[in-house]
Write a protein that binds this ligand. Structure first.
Ligand code: TEU
Ligand code: CA
Length: 554
């Protein structure tokens, strides 16, 4: 495989609304991000992905864009954005923006013009159908609940939205729409972006002609997945997008891809694939239920291992996955993948290293490097996330009491990851001098960046070491390009694998509080990383402490 500039990089996701507020209005902003670039540089980050900060009514926190050429005033100005691009470059880093083009906002000019003249040019930018009383064009259930069809205001039509009703789907079958998208992407790439994270992209190809599918819940609707399963030919759009945009700039693109089939992996991320990389969501979707979030099953250590290894085997050396522990759509990884009651600095570091050493490009979500945990929400009123509100209603409909429903869905709320970044033990964790838009996690007094930067044993210091190891001239080749080979897969609560390149590394995590022993098949030369100060070895037998993590050079 041809080597590309992004293969050996480490990426970091910023959720602008919750990262750093520079002007005291309680909302994170671009000047705030600029003020923290040195923090990211110090950590060792190369690529920064910004969740959306385009003009938006923020119905889905910016994933509903009303002008792709403007920055929302709550986040700053275009000058701020240009300064950010320059400051990132000046530090030898790269900036990605979020590309949200499955849908726009119902407040976008295109949508307003479509309402004025549904048969005109802009009507063709959306999926519109004549309204029939008492009947919907299809029975698809939106990702955020309810039918995907709503009335197009002032007309006799209905429009399709697979997400929220304020997120009308764009009609990718229309070449004029595709031109608009490419033009905008190139405009941003010309400004100096290094690429994009590509939102919800699997949804841009619909199975045509539209039809209804077997209902999968009592609401008579079916999940979007049923339709996507049948949709064919997304490659024509994605290949065109690559050729018209990314390729010309040697840009990095990482797709938010779900439901891809095994045989499509090479098309998506192989040499000359549609994208440079795509996220591995296998652990994120593990335990999900058709019925709704309230019915989700916890992810055990053995599940976590299986998910990671399955994904690694599927992709092999075809391409590079982007590996995540969490993002802005997930609860905090340490709260999800470490059994309740066992979350500690050691277990957090173990999870970090197990994920970081996988083959692929590591992505860190803001605060992950501090070991930030889920928020102890006490009522639904504290939740902003539209997805959680919908899941709560689904849980109630399924017969759960208000309290049961709340407790079942809150664990999975996207707001767990969206609470403000914890910079220090000052008021509001140093995120804002005003009132934060979402309450700060009360654990900021102990979990915060300032404290961890001064502590060589902190979770952040461990992340810093992990990043430094990935960049170490002696190990880089093996960590970036080496093959991954699972070991001891029959053992319970143990995740271990080799990375084999010009060197051989063994990553071992004892995924439980109790000790357990392993016998190494060969001697080791060196301990490259250890989340404890010591280790217990007798010859080739290692007695691993609870949640001990070792990276050995064999
Ligand atoms: O997420 C796409 C996606 O598939 C979501 O349905 C995801 O599963 C859900 O958020 C979990 O609750 C992307 C963005 O990452 C998300 O923040 C947006 O809300 C969504 O697209 C619409 O743009
Ligand atoms: Ca602000």
């Amino acid at each position: 495989m041809k080597r590309k500039w992004w293969h050996d990089k480490v990426a970091y996701q910023i959720y602008p609304k919750s990262f750093c507020d520079s002007n005291g209005d309680g909302i994170g902003d671009i000047p705030g991000i600029i003020s923290r670039l040195d923090y990211l540089k110090d950590l060792g980050v190369d690529i920064i992905w910004l969740s959306p900060c385009y003009q938006s009514p923020l119905a889905d926190e910016g994933y509903d864009i009303s002008d792709y050429y403007k920055i929302d005033p709550r986040f700053g100005t275009m000058e701020d954005m240009e300064r950010l691009i320059a400051e990132v470059k000046a530090r030898g880093m790269y900036l990605l923006m979020d590309l949200v083009v499955n849908h726009c906002s119902d407040e976008h000019e295109w949508f307003r013009k479509a309402c004025e003249d549904p048969d005109g040019k802009y009507g063709g930018y959306f999926y519109l159908r004549k309204k029939t009383e008492g009947e919907l064009p299809t029975n698809w259930r939106s990702y955020f609940g309810g039918p995907v069809w709503d009335d197009l205001p002032g007309t006799d039509r209905q429009y399709l939205h697979v997400f929220h009703k304020k997120q009308p789907d764009l009609n990718w079958e229309n070449p004029c729409l595709r031109e608009e998208v490419y033009e905008n992407m190139n405009w941003w790439l010309e400004k100096g972006l290094a690429g994009f994270r590509v939102d919800a992209i699997i949804n841009i190809k619909k199975a045509l002609p539209f039809r209804s599918y077997e209902p999968d819940r009592e609401d008579g609707l079916c999940s979007i997945g049923a339709m996507l399963e049948e949709a064919e030919g997304i490659g024509e759009f994605l290949g065109e997008m690559r050729d018209r945009t990314f390729r010309k700039y040697d840009a990095f693109s990482v797709g938010e891809v779900f439901h891809e089939k095994d045989e499509e992996i090479a098309d998506f991320i192989g040499e000359d694939g549609y994208f440079s990389s795509m996220f591995d969501f296998s652990a994120a979707v593990c335990g999900a239920s058709e019925k709704g979030v309230y019915d989700a099953k916890p992810v055990t250590p053995d599940d976590y291992r299986r998910c990671c290894f399955e994904a690694q085997r599927r992709v092999g050396e075809t391409g590079f996955l982007s590996n995540i522990i969490e993002n802005h759509d997930q609860p905090r990884g340490v709260s999800r993948y470490i059994p309740a009651g066992e979350v500690s600095p050691e277990s957090k570091k173990m999870l970090a290293a197990l994920n970081f050493m996988l083959r692929g490009i590591p992505f860190i979500y803001q605060g992950q490097e501090l070991g930030m945990e889920n928020m102890p929400f006490s009522s639904l009123e504290e939740i902003d996330d539209i997805a959680t509100k919908d899941e709560y209603r689904i849980a109630l409909d399924a017969g759960l009491s208000a309290d049961e429903a709340f407790r079942a869905v809150v664990e999975y709320s996207r707001d767990n990851a969206r609470t403000p970044m914890q910079w220090s033990d000052a008021g509001n964790a140093g995120f804002t001098t005003g009132t934060p838009w979402l309450r700060v996690n009360p654990d900021y007094t102990t979990i915060n960046a300032a404290a961890q930067m001064n502590d060589p044993d902190s979770v952040r210091s461990f992340y810093r070491e992990l990043i430094a190891l990935r960049k170490h001239p002696a190990y880089k080749e093996t960590i970036v390009y080496g093959a991954l080979e699972p070991v001891w897969e029959d053992r319970h609560n143990l995740m271990a694998y080799y990375r084999r390149g010009d060197r051989t590394l063994l990553v071992i995590g004892n995924y439980q509080t109790g000790e357990q022993s392993v016998e190494l098949p060969s001697g080791f030369r060196k301990v490259l990383l250890n989340n404890y100060h010591g280790m217990a070895a007798e010859g080739r037998v290692l007695r691993l402490y609870g949640y001990q993590l070792l990276i050995l050079e064999m």
